[in-house]
Design a protein around this ligand. Structure first.
Ligand code: FES
Length: 201
């Protein structure tokens, strides 16, 4: 059997794994606006050109931390949300333009308040829906520069768009849409495949 004839599961085994590594605990908070662009193994040239799905190891993303992997040449975030972060999501609706995620920026299984399969882990394309900048991760509540209503989220420094910790866009900012949730699926309790799900790539 040649490679093209191989069944999908066998093909999965050949995929290069991207392992999201986290920075030291607390580094995110110290760095503040800086996104910890975390070490990952580059996929093969072939996988890159084909836009192949990539795997990420959730066990290496600390509680409350953000990891980044590359998929199709774009950064994809994995946020390991704390119980407090998850609880705040249901209290942000009055601040948001599309709190129910009605505008098609996610697969159906992520059309919920956490915009995720499991609330603990958010998987999100890290590209602002205004003009394509990479927002910054601002998880602290009500910092002086973002104001008392800031519930923690992502802030785009290019033109000031704001998104909550589910990537939902705020009202009255330039970005018109929530951040994109890519297709993904769980391969195990600690591994996700980004860029494909049971319905395909
Ligand atoms: S690119 Fe993000 S606000 Fe303009």
């Amino acid at each position: 059997m040649n490679e093209e004839d191989a069944p999908p599961r066998a093909a999965n085994l050949r995929r290069r794994r991207l392992v999201a590594a986290t920075s030291a605990a607390g580094a995110v908070g110290v760095v503040g606006a800086a996104i910890p662009f975390l070490a990952s193994m580059a996929p093969s040239e072939r996988a890159r050109s084909a836009g192949a799905p990539v795997e990420a190891d959730l066990s290496r993303v600390g509680l409350g931390e953000l990891a980044t992997v590359a998929w199709r040449g774009r950064p994809v975030w994995i946020l390991h949300r704390t119980p407090e972060m998850i609880e705040r999501l249901s209290k942000n609706g009055h601040l948001l333009l599309d709190p129910e995620s009605g505008r098609g920026q996610q697969p159906d299984y992520a059309r919920n308040v956490s915009r995720a399969i499991k609330p603990e882990y958010l998987v999100l394309v890290a590209i602002c829906t205004h003009l394509g900048c990479v927002p910054t991760f601002r998880k602290d509540v009500a910092p002086a520069d973002l104001g008392p209503d800031w519930p923690g989220g992502f802030y785009c420094p290019c033109h000031g768009s704001r998104f909550d910790l589910a990537g939902r866009v705020f009202k009255n900012v330039p970005a018109p849409l929530n951040l994109e949730v890519p297709r993904y699926e769980y391969l195990s309790d600690t591994e996700v495949l980004i860029g494909a799900d049971g319905r395909g790539a």
